[in-house]
Design a protein around this ligand. Structure first.
Ligand code: ADP
Ligand code: MG
Length: 417
């Protein structure tokens, strides 16, 4: 639903102590309150209907100008991981007459100070409150998401008495808009990282083909040529030797093909089923990592599931085990598969758990680092399959990765032997 963008001018603020009739004063106050409510409601609608978050922030800055009777408003947006300024959204030109408006970083620092001191914007902003500016922190609990600031030019007259309240109400709406914006930023980084990872994978496949498969096929070809020459010359022993070598290199080429293909899709899944493939994966990783104990428990009852579901579970375990090998320094690892039928058809769930006794980590910090894609791709895969990923880890206490996905049965075609 499109929302009306411009707001009518608020009625002038009633002047306390003026000679105006008391009734008119009360009426003006009531009108201003009503207008403020309408405006804040409209801003909230903008926030809900905005697709980018930025648009909504612009409406909020605009609304702030109207309600505080200023011509310049700025919103500083903090970076999603809390490290500094992401961007600044402004309305109007910064007033020349006033002391220069803050930079985005200064606005964020001031918002942080206000939250830490737990006082009202104007009081905490400066030891001596400044008549020309007003700042409200945009926050989620004690975290600074941003700051909303309005600045008056010299000679623009004082702020209305309820300006602080209006600004704080708008800042609450801004918190929702910034949350949206952060979500979009996160999704974009994730997509960029996924595309980069896909490119890396393609390159790896190309190298595999070039270094492995192509070499074997070329070697086989060379030995077949040598066989033909030897055979034509009647050197039968040599011909036989060349033929054996050519066949051996072709056999290696077939093995290599399977290896390259299994990097894309696990052949083990087709051959051994989910439980078998996981057990094999665990024992391969154990050999590679030298874990003392690696236990697999199968609570799936030998069931087969939808290909996408099995692949998801397999890839999650693959990444989780490779993380244990690379990062955990663990001696014991467990992989468990559980099937629960659920009360109604369609409620059946398949749950896989990878537990290690290693050094653990503070995962919320690790999760915002897009250079490390493993945890993200795990969560993405599971989410795409309609499930949920749970990660429990603490420094020194090991790690538990648990993925729960709908236990969709294998389709008829796949179920047939
Ligand atoms: N099982 C684990 N034990 C200890 N640290 C882990 C474990 N799994 C993940 N981590 C930490 O989380 C970070 C992110 O993991 P991930 O997203 O898979 O990226 P990568 O494996 O490429 O580093 C790792 O660099 C590591 O610090
Ligand atoms: Mg990893």
């Amino acid at each position: 639903m499109p929302v009306e963008a411009d707001f009518s001018d608020p009625p002038p603020e009633p002047e306390p102590g003026s000679s105006a009739d008391e009734l008119q004063r009360v009426q003006l106050t009531a009108e201003r309150r009503a207008l403020m409510l309408t405006l804040v409601r409209r801003v909230a609608l903008h926030v809900l209907s905005s697709r980018t978050g930025i648009e909504a922030l612009q409406h909020i800055a605009h609304g702030a100008c109207r309600l505080t009777r200023t011509r310049y408003a700025a919103i500083a947006v903090a970076h999603p991981d809390g490290a500094g300024l992401q961007q600044t959204v402004t309305v109007g030109a910064p007033p020349d007459g006033s002391s220069a408006p803050h930079s985005g970083e200064e606005m964020l620092a001031e918002a942080q100070r206000i939250i830490t001191l737990g006082r009202s914007g104007r009081a905490a902003a400066d030891p001596a409150p400044r008549a020309d500016r007003l700042l409200a922190p945009i926050r989620r609990r004690r975290t600074v998401l941003g700051a909303l600031c309005v600045v008056k030019a010299t000679g623009e007259g004082p702020f209305p008495t309820d300006a602080d309240t209006s600004l704080r109400a708008l800042a609450e709406n801004a918190a929702v808009a910034i949350h949206e914006l952060h979500q979009i930023t996160r999704q974009r980084s994730l997509i960029r990282a996924l595309i980069a990872a896909q490119e890396d994978e393609r390159r790896a496949v190309a190298y595999d083909l070039h270094d492995g498969l192509t070499q074997y096929v070329m070697a086989s070809h060379a030995h077949l040529e040598a066989f033909r020459t030897a055979h034509a010359e009647g050197a039968e022993d040599e011909a036989q030797e060349e033929l054996d070598l050519a066949t051996r290199f072709l056999r290696d080429a077939v093995v290599e093909t399977r290896r390259v293909v299994s990097g894309l899709r696990s052949l083990a899944l087709d051959d051994l089923g989910l439980a078998g493939a996981l057990e094999q994966l665990l024992s391969e990783e154990r050999e590679r990592a030298g874990w003392e104990s690696a236990r697999f428990t199968d609570g799936s009852g030998g069931r087969r599931f939808d290909t996408a579901i099995e692949t998801t579970v397999y890839r999650v375990v693959q990444e989780a085990l490779s993380n244990v090998r690379k990062h955990a320094g663990a001696s014991e690892v467990q992989v468990g598969l559980e099937y629960s039928p659920g009360a109604r058809p369609g409620d059946a769930r398949l749950c896989v758990t990878v537990t290690d006794t290693g050094r653990g980590f503070e995962h919320p910090a690790a999760q915002t680092d897009y250079a490390h894609l493993g945890l993200h791709s795990m969560a993405e895969r599971v989410e795409l399959a309609g499930g949920a990923l749970e990660l429990r880890s603490a420094a020194g206490e090991g790690t538990i990765v648990r993925a729960t996905v709908p236990a969709l049965p294998a389709s008829g075609q796949e179920a047939t032997p």
